[in-house]
Structures are given as structure tokens and as C-alpha cells.
Design a protein around this ligand. Structure first.
Ligand code: CIR
Length: 270
């Protein structure tokens, strides 16, 4: 299978870190209670997710579950990896405060370097990276202090940080968008309407399929949450090689596809 724009450091990755869901995922944070996830079904959907990444040519390391942290399957939130170097973040949710420290040993093992945000709050779910820019949206988990601390770190790794507006009703910036190729994003109409995607082409999700926006692009494929047929068709028509994956349980705790991996490329790996 091949699709548009297989190249570009924002969409090509040799490796990923994921974390298996814990049984405590039933206590995962959620803005609205639509029932707790079923831990066994979550594990099955997570296994399909890992298989989807592997089928795209990514070598995936699945870290052990952390029962003390119900939301720790969402490994994207406590760290950002740019060009193989990890930045340990400080997400805002109090129940998740220890996750970054718990993740750090794995980052030290797998990444080419580990930096610390140091102050303020930044949640990886508020960050969308293109080949040369790091777009960051403010939210309950990301504040101006954190963005100020992140800016020089990102700069030193060869990216330019841009602060974008996230409408208050949107939980995290990337809840409603995902990069499709280095020049194109998938976004909900309400996020696109804020004008935050300057310089990028925008494909909008279909009405009622807003949850499809949190798609991920990897090695010529676009992984999209299953159950959003009109948006999936829109992407296929635009030339993307779409793979649909079930995310019914992650959705119950406000998670999506992008939240469950930290992606990077190892120097020298194909
Ligand atoms: C939380 O509220 O922190 C988790 N239940 C969901 C985190 C989702 N992560 C993300 O959007 N990047």
C-alpha cells in the first residue's frame, strides 16, 4: 500500500514507544461520562493499533502497563520527541503528574537525548508537528509559561514554535486535528475556522464525524479511527492510503489515535 507524501520527518518514522493499557483505565479521566472503558476490549483495540503501526513499518516497543496511572496508555501527553530527542513535558492533569517521571527511563533508553521542560505546563496532546514547525495550542493542560519554556528547546532542535488558539470547548488542540502529510492537516470545521493552519492545506472532517480528526500519518499511510466512513472516503479521494482502526474504548476517556504513541526515527535505521 502506498499513498501521498511518504517522506518528511513529520510523517516518516522507524520506531515508536507505546504503553499497554492498565486495568485501571476504567478510571481514566473524561470530560463527560459515557461509561467506563472495558479494559479487555481496550487491550484488544490497543493490540490492533500496535499491529497497524507495525504494518506501516514501525518497530514498536510496548512498555508495561502502569496501574498507578489510569491514563498512562496515552503516552503522547507526557513527552514530545523531535528528531529522536525527547522533551519531558508537564501535562496539567493532577492525576497524571507522575507519568513523565515514570516514562523517563524508557526515553533515556530509546531516544538520542532527553531534555526537560522544567517549568509551566505542556501536554503533548496540544502539539502538532510539521517538518519545520511545532504548533502548540493553549488548554487546561498547556499554559503560556510552559510554551515559553518549550520555545527555546524546540528552537534548538531546528523547529519553530507557533502558538495557536484552541477554542475553549476543545479539550486539546490535537483532539480536533491531525497531520496527513507535511503540508496537509485533517481538522474539524470549527478548529479550521479559527485560522490556525496558516500555510497548510486543510481537509475537513464530515459533519458528525469530528472524532475522525485525530488521525495519524506514518510512512505513506493514514490511520483513522473506524466508524467515520464519509471522512475516510474523503481522504481516499484525496489520494491517502487509509487504514481504519477501532478506538471505541479510548474515545470513552477522551483519547484517540495520536495519543497512544511517541514516534521517532533512529539514526541509521531505514
Ligand atoms: C486525559 O484526559 O488526560 C486522558 N483521559 C485522555 C488524554 C488524551 N490525550 C490526548 O488527547 N493527547
Amino acid at each position: 500500500m502506498s499513498g501521498r507524501a511518504e517522506r518528511g520527518r513529520s510523517v516518516s518514522f522507524t520506531h515508536a514507544l507505546c504503553r499497554a493499557p492498565s486495568s485501571s483505565i476504567v478510571e481514566g479521566l473524561r470530560a463527560e461520562d459515557r461509561g467506563a472503558p472495558d479494559a479487555d476490549v481496550f487491550r484488544a483495540e490497543h493490540a490492533a493499533y500496535v499491529a497497524g503501526l507495525e504494518a506501516a513499518g514501525v518497530a514498536v516497543t510496548v512498555l508495561d502497563p502502569l496501574e498507578a496511572f489510569p491514563d498512562s496508555v496515552f503516552v503522547e501527553d507526557p513527552a514530545l520527541v523531535l528528531d529522536g530527542v525527547a522533551i519531558v513535558l508537564r501535562p496539567g492533569a493532577p492525576s497524571r503528574a507522575g507519568e513523565a517521571a515514570a516514562l523517563r527511563p524508557a526515553l533515556e533508553r530509546h531516544c538520542d537525548g532527553v531534555l526537560d521542560l522544567g517549568r509551566g505546563l505542556v501536554d503533548g496532546g496540544d502539539i502538532l508537528c510539521t517538518d519545520d514547525r511545532v504548533l502548540v495550542g493553549l488548554s487546561a493542560g498547556t499554559d503560556r509559561d510552559g510554551v515559553e519554556a518549550l520555545t527555546p528547546l524546540v528552537d534548538g532542535l531546528g523547529y519553530r514554535l507557533e502558538l495557536v488558539g484552541t477554542p475553549p470547548e476543545i479539550l486539546h488542540f490535537k483532539t480536533e486535528c491531525g497531520l496527513l502529510d507535511p503540508e496537509t492537516v485533517l481538522a474539524t470545521p470549527r478548529l479550521a475556522a479559527t485560522g490556525c493552519f496558516t500555510g497548510l492545506r486543510v481537509i475537513e472532517t464530515a459533519t458528525g464525524e469530528e472524532a475522525a480528526a485525530n488521525a495519524i500519518a506514518v510512512n505513506g499511510r493514514v490511520l483513522v479511527s473506524a466508524g467515520h466512513p464519509t471522512t475516510a472516503e474523503r481522504l481516499r479521494e484525496a489520494g491517502f492510503a487509509v487504514v481504519e482502526l477501532p478506538t471505541t474504548q479510548a474515545a470513552l476517556v477522551d483519547g484517540g489515535l495520536s495519543c497512544m504513541w511517541l514516534r521517532y526515527s533512529r539514526r541509521g535505521a531505514s
